[in-house]
Design a protein around this ligand. Sequence first.
Ligand SMILES: *Cc1c(COP(=O)(O)O)cnc(C)c1O
Length: 393
Amino acid sequence: MKVYADNAATTKISKTALDAMLPCYTQIYGNPSSLHTVGQEAFHALRDARRTVAECLGCESDEVFFTSGGSESDNWAIRGIALAMAKKGKKHIISTKFEHHAVLHTLNKLEKEGFSVTLLDVYENGIVRVEDLKNAIRDDTALVTIMYANNEIGTIQPIREIGAVCREKGVLFHTDAVQAVGHIPVDVKADNIDLLSLSGHKFHGPKGVGALYCKKGIRFENLIEGGAQESNRRAGTENVPGIVGMAAALKEACDNMEKNAEKLVAMREQLINGILKIDRSRINGDRVNRLPGNVSACFEGVEGESLLLYLDLAGISASSGSACTSGSLDPSHVLLSIGLPHEVAHGSLRLSLCEENTPEQMDYILSQLPGIIDRLRDMSPLWEKIQKESNSK
Ligand SMILES: *Cc1c(COP(=O)(O)O)cnc(C)c1O
């Protein structure tokens, strides 16, 4: 059996999205900035896609800017606001310890450029405390950037409350909603969000395309200079097929959200219950307040990368956490941020599901996992040590 359970890394493009894209390569191939009919057809496709994305987010069309993906949107939002607010003498930014690297690395760089950054704790349950945010806001705070849902452990943050605090204190609020949009309800107005990042390939759209929502009237600097595209805010000929595909995928995801979530939660709980039967296993992050399709687990005495290889041999595609940390020997900053010791964080497994997965596939995963873990533990000096320590107690 083949099981793709790495949908937080990327998803398969949906048929709806692909069908919407194909004519943009073969018929509607004009440059949206061209004044002739072929160009205007592309312009209309772009306009319609922007309207669709705006409707899904609960904002106006002219508050949506298309980008090359989640990373660009995060970079743009944070740097764009930081540079604009620095002119008013505000150079403090608040975020959390377990953001995506697109956020954390941007903040690192801004720190070197003279900005000051406060990273909030996310505690054992992987959820930021609004009280901590209130205490961290200063007179010179320019921006709060807190992710909607974490990409590794799936925990959902109290975004509406965070947004309300920011509004009350007059501080701008950006959220990296790449894992949330299309999966759980997101409404930028009701959630008090000023800027939001999303990415097409996390909800069955194409890769290399995303969007930044920015509330009307907020000043932020451009990241990419050149032509007058995206209302003079983001230069470069628009990726019309990508944008059209992303909009179609987003509409499909939002239209089917409730139905999909119900199915995903059932499969997620099936996996979690099975995993917790394995000796010395644990589920990372809040049990309830998590993305419908996210299972994040740790197995003591197991090396996560080896676990992935054996699962792959069994036809199961999973992840040890973030695709961005693979190739590095350091455990994930997300798992360390929720207080896991290094050796436990090394034995991590993330299974991220989509609505195309089936309960039978979950049965299959659970039929393979315990045997693989036994085999790895038999070879592990760390497991031997854990066993000795527990026997001597
Ligand atoms: C995938 C992801 C990103 C990066 O998006 P790209 O479109 O791949 O650049 C940013 N933030 C989170 C939370 C993600 O999961």
